[in-house]
Design a binder for this molecule. Sequence first.
Ligand code: ADP
Ligand code: ZN
Length: 516
Amino acid sequence: MRAEPLLREVFGFDSFRPGQAEIVEAVAQGENTLAIMPTGGGKSLCFQLPALMRDGVTVVISPLIALMRDQVRGLKEAGVEAGALTSGNTEEETAEVWSAIEDGRLRLLYMAPERLASGGAQAMLRRIGVSLIAVDEAHCVSQWGHDFRPDYLRIGELRRDLGVPLAAFTATADAETREEIVAKLFDGERPREFLRGFDRPNIHLAFAVKDQPRRQILAFAEGRRGQSGIVYCGTRAKTETLAQALREQGHSACHYHGGMDPDDRRAVEGRFAREDGLIVVATIAFGMGIDKPDIRWVAHADLPKSIESYYQEIGRAGRDGAAAETLTLFGPDDIRFRRSQIDEGLAPPERKAADHGRLNALLGLAEALECRRKSLLSYFGEEVETCGGCDLCDKPPELFDATTPVRMALSAALRTGESFGAGHLIDIVMGNETEKVRQRGHEQLPTFGVGKDLSKGEWQAVFRQMMGRDLMRPDPERHGALRMTGRARPILKGEESVTLRRDTIRVAKSDRPVVR
Ligand code: ADP
Ligand code: ZN
């Protein structure tokens, strides 16, 4: 059957979303495909529809039982024979799936990856006439991602064994994960690749320097009273205190993190799905599988760990296409925290370098000088003409040539053996005779007091923007000490100049919270 009539009659949609038509066609024709589409972009249709265009059974591997059940329910309501074999099944459900298989009625068979571990499952799949394997959340084969599922590594073997085409789907766009998927699922043979629809024009992007984070988040929530939102926090403890603070302001709010009892977590998920205007304050444990279309805002009380995580997390807002807003707070402590998380991790050195790169990409976005949407999408390899809305397009920042203060800062760091943190370096350039300065004789340095023109707040902003541009990095060996990176050298030598944003400097100086 052709795609368009099925799209209308079975799925009830008038037209394809960006990218869907080409992917459906490639998958239906039996090409190996890797489709990278953002969360909410409409990936499931890209294998469900081809499943109906092809003879035989399409096996869908998916990591989340709840998601499988939702899809099976949706398909059945649309009159499509679909079933799931998962550990969550009742006996009747399993018996029903089996009888549909035996009768040759079943079109889509959803399976948890764990099922592939049993030899019986593979033999069964060989017997029932599978014509396509669809892999949802394909980034779960990546050993480095936080969603790694060892059983996903069996999928490549299944594909070889059955000799049928495979269509892999993920929202994770970075090149390394893509390569890992190609290596593990397609044995390194290039599939057709699609990267589409990453722009979410209805989501407004904004960052603010972390100043008084609790007040900033409360003020943001205040302006959106009665709307469903998520606040992401870096720690479990913070989710609890912030949820409490929101409740004290009369919001309906609850916390969510991986340390909670599974029943309590499910209760929060259920409330969030059903209730209007609930705020969930959560760690990243609140994520995959949240399928609420009308989340009106997402705020980050702490900086995410990479540009990919940022994109995934804000992407949960506004799936219904109506306007949604985001606010991401960041500050020097976040940068230090995320850097040390990478440095102290167990990953091999190449991996750590890549992770620093992804963090840099996010910091670049945080400290961007112009349109955030353009910076964000260009990272994913997509170009956009117009901006649906970001804080920098709303109000272009004032820039200034910061070469002189940046050189002062770098020189203060170098002359003190790159052994001190921003606070002490600021005391040196500002000429503050603190006890620490006197003990080390740093008042003798030629850089002592050269930066009196800027206030402490302005200097903090300069240091933060320098860390954001990766001109300086915390030394993993010495707590808090800032070291110069290779990027700083041409500036110090006078070969390059640096432009910084004045607005964040002003903001850091005043003590009012920064809210759009
Ligand atoms: P994801 O890419 O996150 O898996 P889904 O497949 O769940 O996204 O789709 C997200 C939402 O978009 C669903 O509610 C789905 O019904 C809807 N959708 C998908 N394709 C279309 C389309 N062509 N027209 C309208 N709505 C669509
Ligand atoms: Zn913009």
